[in-house]
Design a protein around this ligand. Sequence first.
Ligand code: 2AM
Ligand code: CA
Length: 270
Amino acid sequence: MNNFRIGGGKIMKKNEIDHLVVEWLAQAKKMVFSSFSRKIMVETKTSRNDLVTELDRQIEKFLVTQIKNVFPTAQIISEESHPKLDKFDPQQLLWIIDPIDGTMNFVKTRRDFAIMIGVYQNNQGQLGYIYDVMNDCLYHGGPEKGVFCNQQRLLPPANLSLNQGLLETGALMLLHNRCNLQKIALASNGVRIYGSAGIQIIRVLTGQAVGYVSHLKPWDLAAGRVLAETLGLTVKTIDGHIPDVLSSVDVLVASKNAQEDIVRMAQAPY
Ligand code: 2AM
Ligand code: CA
């Protein structure tokens, strides 16, 4: 679908929406860089390692305001202040935003974080954006146009098995051996952990890793899911089901062969 009803009887083409989002992300990047010259307020949320900063809130407010200006009827889910929808009409555009994915990395290292936006309609991913700000690489695309890193088109990664590639995951999930993950990790060529769903999904999109396993909330997955599915990767729950766009789940973004290996091993007795 290339035309979207945006409220007030108006229609907008998908590539016009795409241009707008790219412009907004360029402005968000400026906010990131200007934050480096001042002290940023950091607060904890559910635990001492679950952080939100003034910049998360500033970027979220900026993106939500821009979206609402252009799409008055848009449905928006965003991590810091709009984590749920009161009413949900699947036929209307749904915007899912993570203003900073990898906030701990932003605070501690000022790298390996991403700004992410996924646009959905009828439960189908339409457009996805993962902006690796510090490398100035915007991964963007959707089913019609394909997936790009800035202007460079990405080719679908090879369909490697688990034992032919690196596995991306989260430290806690691996330490606690959720879903048999230690055994799965040992069957791969090695494990990589970067503390950002967006940055780790990029590594699967670009064929640097064969899969990414994590417990993800809607805003952690929405953008990467559009891009991964467009490239022919699988996005499934760890028990092999199609994840609901609005649910928090143990999820796997992987090549088809690695996905089969991982689901089989996750279900094997411990
Ligand atoms: P976030 O920075 O947007 O919260 C590794 O920490 C990955 O898990 C990041 O993508 C992080 O995204 C996400 N995450 C989700 N819930 C988390 C939590 N409760 N604590 C820390 N990270 C969390
Ligand atoms: Ca976040």
